[in-house]
Design a protein around this ligand. Sequence first.
Ligand SMILES: *[C@@H]1O[C@H](CO)[C@@H](O)[C@H](O)[C@H]1NC(C)=O
Ligand SMILES: *[C@@H]1O[C@H](CO)[C@@H](O)[C@H](O)[C@H]1NC(C)=O
Ligand SMILES: *[C@@H]1O[C@H](CO)[C@@H](O)[C@H](O)[C@H]1NC(C)=O
Ligand SMILES: *[C@@H]1O[C@H](CO)[C@@H](O)[C@H](O)[C@H]1NC(C)=O
Ligand SMILES: *[C@@H]1O[C@H](CO)[C@@H](O)[C@H](O)[C@H]1NC(C)=O
Ligand SMILES: *[C@@H]1O[C@H](CO)[C@@H](O)[C@H](O)[C@H]1NC(C)=O
Ligand SMILES: *[C@@H]1O[C@H](CO)[C@@H](O)[C@H](O)[C@H]1NC(C)=O
Ligand SMILES: *[C@@H]1O[C@H](CO)[C@@H](O)[C@H](O)[C@H]1NC(C)=O
Ligand SMILES: *[C@@H]1O[C@H](CO)[C@@H](O)[C@H](O)[C@H]1NC(C)=O
Ligand SMILES: *[C@@H]1O[C@H](CO)[C@@H](O)[C@H](O)[C@H]1NC(C)=O
Ligand SMILES: *[C@@H]1O[C@H](CO)[C@@H](O)[C@H](O)[C@H]1NC(C)=O
Ligand SMILES: *[C@@H]1O[C@H](CO)[C@@H](O)[C@H](O)[C@H]1NC(C)=O
Length: 549
Amino acid sequence: MLKLAILAYSSVLFAKVVTSAAIALSLTAPENVSQPVLKSFVSFSIEFSSFPDFAGNLSHPNNFSYNLLKNLGDLQGSNPIIRVGGNTQDYATFNATQKEQLIGTVNANRSRDYPTTISIGPSYFDSYSTWPNISYIHGFNLGKNGSIGHDTLVDTVPLVCKALASPDGKSPKLAAWQLGNEPDLFKTSAQGPVRPSWWNETDYVQEWLNKTRSVIRALVMENCPEVVEQGKFSFYAPSFAGTSNSLNLIKTWDQGIDADHDIGFVDSHNYIGGAEQPGVTLQGTLMNHSSTVASVAKHLNESRILRSQGVTQPYILGETNSLYNQGKPGLSNSFGAALWGVDFNLHCAANNIRRVHMHQGTNYRYASWQPIQTVNESIGTKTPYYGNVAVARFLGNEGGRAENVTVSEIDLSESESGASIYHSAYAAYLDGRLARLAVIQMQAYNYSSPSSPGSSQRPVERFSFQLGNDQTGTAAAVKSITAEQLIANGSDAITGVTFGGYSFNYELDEGRPVMLKNISAAEDVQIQQGGVFLVDVPWSSAVVLNFAY
Ligand SMILES: *[C@@H]1O[C@H](CO)[C@@H](O)[C@H](O)[C@H]1NC(C)=O
Ligand SMILES: *[C@@H]1O[C@H](CO)[C@@H](O)[C@H](O)[C@H]1NC(C)=O
Ligand SMILES: *[C@@H]1O[C@H](CO)[C@@H](O)[C@H](O)[C@H]1NC(C)=O
Ligand SMILES: *[C@@H]1O[C@H](CO)[C@@H](O)[C@H](O)[C@H]1NC(C)=O
Ligand SMILES: *[C@@H]1O[C@H](CO)[C@@H](O)[C@H](O)[C@H]1NC(C)=O
Ligand SMILES: *[C@@H]1O[C@H](CO)[C@@H](O)[C@H](O)[C@H]1NC(C)=O
Ligand SMILES: *[C@@H]1O[C@H](CO)[C@@H](O)[C@H](O)[C@H]1NC(C)=O
Ligand SMILES: *[C@@H]1O[C@H](CO)[C@@H](O)[C@H](O)[C@H]1NC(C)=O
Ligand SMILES: *[C@@H]1O[C@H](CO)[C@@H](O)[C@H](O)[C@H]1NC(C)=O
Ligand SMILES: *[C@@H]1O[C@H](CO)[C@@H](O)[C@H](O)[C@H]1NC(C)=O
Ligand SMILES: *[C@@H]1O[C@H](CO)[C@@H](O)[C@H](O)[C@H]1NC(C)=O
Ligand SMILES: *[C@@H]1O[C@H](CO)[C@@H](O)[C@H](O)[C@H]1NC(C)=O
């Protein structure tokens, strides 16, 4: 399978090079560069009901998942942070005598993709001990009200303490806390409302404060007081589904949600569109920079208003991916979606969304990997993972100095194809100096039915950059540039992706990087006189360039 894919790829002749005028590339960070990204910018959210599949248990740790996480940690200098949550966190109740980690019942009327009746036992929390050196956010149940909800919280807080707290302060396992997933949909959920129509921001905030104070904090003080002493009693909140649902994030701050000063991160969720939404296409919805910009703009607006009100916590996306309802087959699992993922994440980074958790679940169409074999989906690394790799590589491992990496979006309107919605470029600066450049070409190239009639040749967009077009930087300071390509047969490919010539496939070495033959590895880019260099980017591919001084 894999060999065939590679042969097919190498037989494609790239043609029809389109050249562009030189795009100025500053060697020093421009004034409007982003704030530094947070450590673990590339992070994940794993569906609560799927977590045992992804992590395994004490006797059967899921090493494949761990290998994939560690690759990203090695590339970006800090392992991804895992938020365990999603819709199913608000369905899960606790049974102290249950042996199984999780017993779930699927009701296809509510969702085909995950159980909506869930009971977890004490062994559920064993999955927090299978991966070394990974930290977590456990999503507590807010959806269940009344005594069941109360009992679930009371029973599970001590178990989370036991699983994640670090009495000696040396274990990095606890990243943050979370109570409730997308409470802005509680009144309107298509899976059945869990709050009455009158439940507004005031009611939500009162309930959130009451439960975080009188239940969670009280039990933490009793079971793992070091969490508070170590400054780790810090929440991701309010974890709303979006910016225009039945509760408004700004109003929750007005209503005093941070009265206890325990919200460490302003957490919002985002999807570009819905899997079943009419008119959704790969080119129009995902491989479309304008679509990504419009989707992220709602959050930038919200974050700007919060900052103007003196809220200083970082704004992050604690759950996001391409298309809600777990993604659309042929779109969310295609190589085009991997390219979308690179554009989306880098656009976030360039605009002060400081960490992004890509949502995962067993059998989900948009998943970066399938952790176990099921009747619906084979175990394996999926195309979106390669987008995660490119983002982590772009941010770079600077020996834990993520806090000095800033990102800037490059204006491509000077390029020959102008202000196209089908390409984008970003620069990463380390200590204010140009370190890497990413160029993403998003014109769909459908290899299974090439778009240009009568031709199977894949067009290439040529970008011409001019280094050091500013007062301080001189092009001569750059000694060399190397390029690593993110590529597959086309935007419709669902296998055969490589980054810099590496595959991370399950079949090769259980997700560890394997350099493939017959695929171009990192290549040197020639710097011409005057600091001009050319980058040829085939349609439906991306490239990450590294600058050495
Ligand atoms: C930063 O400034 C450049 C050039 O002045 C502009 O093209 C770009 O849109 C700005 N970026 C942001 C995020 O404001
Ligand atoms: C651990 O995982 C293995 C393999 O999936 C499974 O057979 C076993 O029952 C699990 N153990 C527990 C306690 O759930
Ligand atoms: C998983 O990794 C652990 C730690 O490296 C190792 O002890 C164990 O044998 C591995 N399990 C499998 C099934 O490879
Ligand atoms: C844990 O991961 C961090 C990066 O996230 C790394 O710096 C550190 O060396 C790792 N520790 C161990 C024991 O592997
Ligand atoms: C809890 O689990 C035990 C052991 O499986 C089972 O007998 C009992 O019925 C469960 N309780 C509830 C309320 O489901
Ligand atoms: C699902 O909906 C159908 C049609 O409304 C109904 O007959 C069936 O009982 C429902 N199933 C469940 C488990 O609620
Ligand atoms: C609890 O939720 C139910 C809907 O599931 C609702 O009817 C009830 O009013 C809620 N109670 C409170 C106090 O929110
Ligand atoms: C929520 O509803 C109550 C009762 O109607 C009202 O007093 C309060 O102002 C409302 N809160 C908001 C934020 O609108
Ligand atoms: C606050 O929490 C306590 C203890 O769980 C509960 O009895 C009470 O009803 C809650 N009050 C509100 C307003 O939610
Ligand atoms: C690209 O996205 C923008 C913004 O959502 C939209 O207006 C435009 O129609 C999209 N382009 C295509 C070709 O669908
Ligand atoms: C941005 O916020 C303003 C209020 O300050 C609002 O009027 C506008 O509709 C918002 N735009 C978006 C895209 O959410
Ligand atoms: C970050 O950069 C500043 C100057 O740009 C430098 O003083 C500081 O040491 C750097 N921090 C780290 C952790 O490298």
